[in-house]
Ligand binder design. Structure first.
Ligand code: NAD
Length: 505
């Protein structure tokens, strides 16, 4: 398993150049499928963060990017998308040896999302209102009033390890499109692909300094970025715990903050659901990418009339998921990202057993057929879960489904909303009218009806409650990367027409 023969060292990407960390240190990138070192990355210091922010600031103030016309920036983003397609095999490889994502997922879902995100952002930005004139009113003296949108300045993007490239691109594309400079800090398990993106953006025509990547620990590099006075906005995706901390840290310099955080999504199965569709759909909703997806449907709420049948069919269908080498196209579920994450998940499984949930499938490491060195976990399903159990309330971020029984729709909605999270939710039913009524009662940023994990680049994504602040994707995201300015121009030069002055004189 794994084809890595030589360990490559990746440097920081600052001001359009590869540069070692000022302290000369590196850290290991581990291939979670084999537990072997697959690469090394530079461990940035606070000084490196300052250098990256300085170069981003300088590029921004120079106007080399921020003053370009949207049409010019859109063309460069289109070019960036082309470069990604050309280099797709290399990007997929770098992601696979660090994140453990299957090449089936990476080549079909991730690369397509990167390209679509760039294309859609460029398209939306060309339709965007950069300036708008308000109707002239004369009450306080005639004036012309314009609302203009301007880039914010320097954006810091801090990203997680589960979809390292896609979640970075959700920030990179709108930040660049609207004329900002950006410094990206990827998660330490998975920085390789993001470094490659910065190189490709430069080749595509994004000027040096506009797009920088620094790698290193969140506690030092991340915090330095979040507290840096020259950073104007922080765009973060990661855990709710770290999100809370970032919001606090960013408050000292009153930065704009967008947060995409954790989830514990309810999937409701009504008695009339088409189970031939729902069973594979539910499993796709929870086990895709080994359950390491923020919007996974991890709490399954099943009506009592079909409860036993649903459990039996889920267990049966789970056996058809191939857990194995992510480099094999036949593999549906690869490893989880790290030994630490594997142990966290195994501890949650243990807590489910301790709290009295009924383990009906999986529940341990997958070690057969050469998987013993990697961090593989079997698809795991718990029945008879109560919504106050730890496995129903806390985000596990692994292949673990908690199945809860309900008897009325009101009860289902109540259980669904009984969580600190509100990222996504779903309903399986043949009655789409009823499903739409229920969707209105679910406190979640996205509701899927008879589907899961479906994204549109032109539809907003983000969380209610403690799942986040702000939205990514969609037209709205462009607002999140701009400042808004009101310019009032008085159209009368005669002092006697300026009635407001009389408030003083
Ligand atoms: P994490 O919160 O541990 O880390 C995310 C990033 O923050 C990493 O780059 C990390 O180095 C950095 N970081 C850590 N501590 C920091 C600090 N004190 N200051 C600044 N930066 C710091 O998350 P993770 O384990 O990488 O990713 C999994 C989490 O991400 C899950 O909770 C998942 O739900 C969430 N997630 C959310 C979405 C979404 O769109 N809502 C998408 C994917 C993942």
């Amino acid at each position: 398993m794994g084809t890595q023969t030589m360990v490559k060292e990746f440097q920081l990407f600052i001001n359009g150049e590869w540069t070692p960390a000022s302290g000369g240190e590196t850290f290991d990138i581990i291939n979670p499928a084999t537990s072997e070192v697959s690469a090394k990355a530079a461990k940035a210091t606070a000084e490196d963060v300052d250098r990256a922010v300085e170069s981003a600031r300088k590029a921004f103030e120079s106007g080399i990017w921020s003053n370009k016309k949207p049409e010019e920036r859109a063309l460069i983003l289109q070019n960036f998308a082309k470069k990604i397609v050309e280099k797709a095999p290399e990007i997929i490889y770098l992601e696979a040896i660090s994140s453990g994502g299957t090449i089936r997922k990476l080549s079909n879902a991730d690369i397509a999302q990167l390209v679509l995100c760039l294309q859609q952002t460029a398209k939306s930005a060309l339709e965007y209102k950069y300036a708008e004139s308000l109707p002239i009113v004369t009450a306080l003296g005639p004036s012309r009033n314009q609302i203009v949108r301007e880039p914010i300045g320097v954006v810091a993007a801090i990203t997680p390890w589960n979809f390292p490239l896609v979640l970075a691109m959700w920030k990179i594309a709108p930040a660049l499109m609207m004329g900002n400079s950006i410094v990206v800090k990827p998660a330490s398990y998975t920085p390789l692909g993001t470094l490659k993106l910065a190189e490709l953006a430069l080749e595509a025509g994004v000027p040096p300094g506009v797009f920088n990547v620094i790698t290193g620990p969140g506690s030092t590099v991340g915090e330095r970025l979040v507290t840096h006075k020259e950073v104007d906005k922080v765009a973060f995706t990661g855990s709710t715990e770290v999100g809370r901390k970032i919001m606090k840290l960013a408050s000292d310099t009153v930065k704009k903050v967008t947060l995409e955080l954790g989830g514990k999504a309810p999937a409701i199965v009504l008695p009339d659901a088409d189970l031939d569709l729902a069973i594979p759909g539910i499993l796709f909703g929870v086990f895709f990418h080994s359950g390491q997806v923020c919007e996974s449907g991890t709490r399954l709420l099943v009506h009592e009339s079909i409860y036993d049948e649903v459990i039996d069919r889920l267990v049966e269908a789970s056996k058809r998921i191939k857990v194995g080498d992510p480099m094999d196209f036949a593999t549906g579920m690869g490893p989880v990202v790290s030994e630490q994450q594997m142990n966290t998940i195994l501890n949650y499984i243990e807590s489910g057993i301790q709290e009295g949930a009924r383990l009906v499938c999986g529940g341990k490491r997958a070690t057969e057929n050469g998987l013993e060195k990697g961090y593989f976990i079997e698809p795991t399903i718990f029945a008879d879960v109560k919504n106050d159990m730890k496995i129903a309330q806390e985000e596990i971020f692994g292949p673990v489904l908690s199945v809860i029984r309900f008897s009325t729709e009101e009860e289902a909605i109540e259980i669904a909303n009984d969580t600190i999270y509100g990222l996504s939710a779903g309903i399986w039913t043949r009655d789409v009218v009823k499903a739409n009524q229920m969707a209105g009662k679910l406190k979640a940023g996205t509701v899927w009806i008879n589907d899961w994990h479906m994204f549109r680049m032109d539809a907003p994504f983000g969380g209610y409650k403690q799942s986040g602040v702000g939205r990514e994707l969609g037209m709205n995201v462009l607002d999140e990367y701009t400042e808004v300015k009101h310019i009032h121009t008085a159209l009368s030069n005669e002092v006697e027409h300026r009635t407001a002055f009389r408030l003083l004189f």
